[in-house]
Design a protein around this ligand. Structure first.
Ligand code: ZN
Length: 365
């Protein structure tokens, strides 16, 4: 994973657009938002409405050009039109300003961005998330560059827009506080869904429902932004053991991609070690990484098997999942309590019927 810094700025409805851009960054497959800066207020370079600025530290396996393309995609999705006027007011500005190990030009912009040394609105937020980044050359640190600029930029004192690191972290749960804004655009979508359902989104019981739904959906799809490397990090151990390792009856909760309704049940994961074993608590986390997405149970089962195969290179992997699907249960297609069973076998579990039946025997108990 490579670290990079993305700067965010907006001077058209910034209180709405900055959190929306942040939320979209958090949902972006291929990048993990590790940290985010405080939010700052600054004058527009060419005059015009004031800007709100922030920066995020990300980790990614994408190259700098791919990250830039992805940022342009978020921008145009949020109504940003790039014109010849570099100082025109904009709903959102997302720039890749630092990318570990990369010095060069992409689409006419230098990375590292040479403006970091010129403008407080770039230097200060970047120094919040990457104080010890060597910019522009080894030995000179971002926090040193940003130091003198701190007098020229004001921290924007609004908890609504300056969420601080981890605001969108799933472990923060789905509780909703009175005037919290999480993802204004998504919340507006939920509000219009409520209208379509003939409901009154302003009645008391529904007032904070869009906020809760936005947070719940963030949580239920948080697998998109997690990474396998992060989960298994430091949890793989050398071992001579060659007996089957089995983790069974792991609860999982997922959303079917056809109806976006829950399916849930139990997963059983076995593997035949090949010198490497993994901390047992990591298997449920690998399951969550793939379950917390829009899924079909068959693909979920294979993805878990492939992930274990990838990180442990074992002699074999077996995954069996038993799931109950709301979309079937509620329509009466499937009797309540009847579950769907899927399996994925790799290596020895596929080639050796005895090993496979031993596994099936063990999970039945
Ligand atoms: Zn379904």
């Amino acid at each position: 994973m490579t670290r990079a810094v993305v700067s965010l700025g907006s001077n058209v409805e910034p209180e709405r657009n900055l959190p929306t851009a942040l939320a979209r960054l958090h949902r972006q497959p291929g990048i993990v938002v590790v940290d985010q800066s405080r939010c700052y207020r600054s004058a527009a370079v060419g005059g015009g409405p004031e800007f709100l600025n922030a920066a995020v530290l990300i980790e990614t396996r994408l190259g700098p050009a791919q990250v830039r393309t992805l940022l342009r995609g978020i921008e145009s999705g949020m109504g940003r039109v790039r014109t010849a006027d570099r100082n025109a007011p904009r709903p959102i500005d997302l720039d890749l300003i630092l990318y570990e190990g990369f010095v060069g030009e992409i689409d006419g912009t230098m990375i590292p961005d040479t403006d970091i040394g010129r403008y407080a609105h770039l230097a200060v937020p970047a120094a919040d998330v990457a104080p010890n980044w060597e910019y522009p050359s080894p030995g000179s640190l971002l926090k040193t560059i940003a130091g003198p600029f701190r007098n020229h930029i004001e921290v924007f004192m609004s908890s609504d827009i300056s969420p601080g690191p981890g605001r969108y972290a799933p472990e923060q749960g789905m509780e909703a506080t009175a005037d919290e804004i999480h993802d204004p655009e998504f919340e507006a979508t939920v509000r219009s869904m409520l209208l379509q359902l003939g409901e009154d989104p302003s009645r008391e019981g529904l007032m904070r429902t869009p906020l809760r739904v936005a947070k719940a959906m963030d949580f239920l799809t948080s697998g998109y932004t997690g990474s396998l490397e992060e989960i298994v990090n430091n949890a793989i151990f050398e071992s001579d053991m060659d007996e089957m390792v089995l983790v069974k009856d792991v609860e999982f909760y997922s959303l079917c991609e056809h109806h976006m309704l829950p399916f849930f049940g139990k997963a059983h994961v076995g593997y035949l070690p090949n010198r490497k074993i993994i901390g047992l608590s990591k298997i449920p986390r690998i399951i969550d990484l793939y379950a917390r997405r829009l899924q079909v149970q068959e693909r979920l089962t294979s993805q878990i098997a492939d992930a274990v195969d990838q990180v442990l290179e074992p002699h074999g992997v077996a995954v069996v999942m038993e799931g109950s699907h709301f979309c079937m249960m509620m329509r009466g297609v499937q009797k309540q309590g009847t579950s769907m069973v899927t399996s994925a076998m790799r290596g020895g579990f596929r080639t050796n019927p005895l090993t496979r039946s031993e596994f099936m025997e063990l999970i039945r108990d």
